[in-house]
Design a protein around this ligand. Structure first.
Ligand code: SAH
Length: 432
């Protein structure tokens, strides 16, 4: 299985290469040496990450070609809008018309959409979000792998099951060799092209050690690396970039400062946001977002969350439902409904129809076994598979009962491919 389609280099344009995929041209930032017109490459997140031998690329393309067009056709059918929008209020029709013509909705308009109760109207919003996803992103669906390298954490976020509140948790810590071995398996055996390395905060690695692994993964495996180590110093941000990391997954969690302060003793929303901005400025692809349904958060906050993620230049929106975790101060709280989560995903797509990818998070899948399908049908176009060794996965217990906790990597891949096929999606990241 392949999580990227080889593209053929057509021409160079400043620091970019223009790449052809079955007649469609995309642009990728080029950091590869010795690339020539006619070469084949893999691109991820808008970066040319790896050159591939022509015969290998051509044989992959042969097997892909027919499927690629067949899938596109299925997706097109499923995302078609029923223009006979009967039974919808004039306001809903007007707002969607506005978005579909390329105008941004205002905060109160987005809040109105999130507050809709009529089932037909909500369904229509989701369909419209899927239509926009197809229009701008076509049928590509990013499939990244995540490796949870350590569950040690020095922070006391009130919702999080690996925070310092949880004294009952066995803590683990993969060393550099183990991280590389896991990454190697994900790339070589299972063809992942992009990997997220995630951990709790200040969990005992030194920057040089992690930079070393990142650089080895980038150099020897050719994968795109995202870091997700929480709030790190600007120096570390720089060092990881120099080592080859090109993405950062760092949620601001909530855009509501009062709420942020209550849930993160000693934390500061501005500091976290500044770090996301610094990463963006440094050249990192930004994956960000927050928790939906934190006690005390309102629809107004959620709209602001979506707008803040857009303002932070999100390449990927990562929003998942808050799920109460035992041994934390919020253990007795409640999650939002899967239906509400679907509306949030659709809302994000209305906020950013054209640029960002939207992830169906594992937390959403934990709320609802059908979440992946539902999310992909209301604007999302990205999933993340957990490639952490299973003995550690259950210890990375940010919330209980995480989906895919005990599923092997081949099982996860199989399930994902079957689903994507049924929806006409190609497990690829063609870039921009
Ligand atoms: N230390 C890293 C990774 C933290 S865990 C960082 O700070 O970015 C990754 C994400 O899990 C967090 O950003 C948070 O949004 C999410 N998370 C934590 N507890 C959760 C819970 N109870 N329910 C749902 N998601 C949770």
């Amino acid at each position: 299985m392949c999580y990227a389609i080889p593209g053929k280099v057509k021409r160079f344009q400043d620091k970019f290469v223009i790449v052809d995929y079955f007649g469609e041209e995309r642009r990728a930032y080029n950091e590869l040496d010795d690339l020539s017109i006619g070469d084949y490459i893999y691109a991820q997140g808008g970066y040319a990450i790896q050159k591939i031998a022509s015969d290998e690329a051509e044989s992959i393309l042969m097997t892909w070609k027919e499927t690629f067009f067949e899938l596109q056709e299925v997706d097109l059918q499923l995302s078609r809008m029923d223009l006979e929008s009967k039974d919808l209020s004039l306001r809903v029709v007007g707002l969607l018309d506005k978005v579909n013509h390329g105008f941004s909705l205002k905060t109160d308009e987005l809040e109105y959409i999130l507050g809709l109760e009529d089932e037909k109207e909500k369904e229509f919003i989701c369909k419209n979000a899927n239509f926009l996803r197809q229009k701008y992103h076509k049928n590509a669906c990013c499939v990244h792998g995540i490796i949870e390298i350590s569950n040690r954490c020095a922070r006391d976020c009130h919702y999080c099951g690996i925070s310092t509140f949880n004294n009952n948790l066995i803590r683990y810590h993969m060393d550099a060799d183990e991280i590389f071995a896991v990454a190697q398996k994900a790339v070589k055996e299972y063809s992942f092209k992009a990997l997220v390395l995630q951990s709790g905060e200040e969990c005992g690695y030194n920057t040089r050690e992690l930079a070393g692994v990142i650089s080895k993964i980038r150099r020897e495996l050719g994968a795109l690396v995202f870091i997700s180590f929480g709030e790190i110093s600007l120096e570390a941000l720089d060092q990881y970039y120099q080592a080859g990391a090109r993405g950062i997954l760092l949620r601001f969690e909530t855009s509501n400062e009062g709420l942020y302060n209550r849930l993160h003793p000693g934390g500061a929303l501005a500091r976290r946001i500044d770090l996301i901005r610094a990463a963006d400025k440094r050249g990192y692809l930004v994956a960000t977002g927050g928790l939906i349904g934190l006690p005390g958060a309102t629809a107004h906050d959620i709209v602001n969350d979506a707008l803040l993620a857009k303002e932070l230049n999100a390449e990927m929106y990562s929003f998942g439902p808050f799920i109460p975790s035992h041994d934390t101060p919020l253990s007795q709280s409640f999650s939002v409904s899967p239906d509400y989560m679907r509306m949030v995903i659709a809302l994000i797509r209305l906020v950013d129809p054209a640029k960002g990818k939207i992830l169906v998070t594992t937390a959403f899948e934990t709320l609802d076994p059908l979440a992946r399908r539902q999310g992909l049908l209301c604007g999302a176009n990205s999933v993340m598979l957990n490639v952490t060794p299973r003995r550690y996965r259950q210890l990375y217990s940010i919330y209980p009962g995480r989906a895919h906790q005990s599923q092997s990597i081949p099982e996860q891949i199989e399930e994902t491919i079957v689903l994507l096929k049924s929806l006409g999606r190609a497990p690829t990241d063609l870039g921009i």
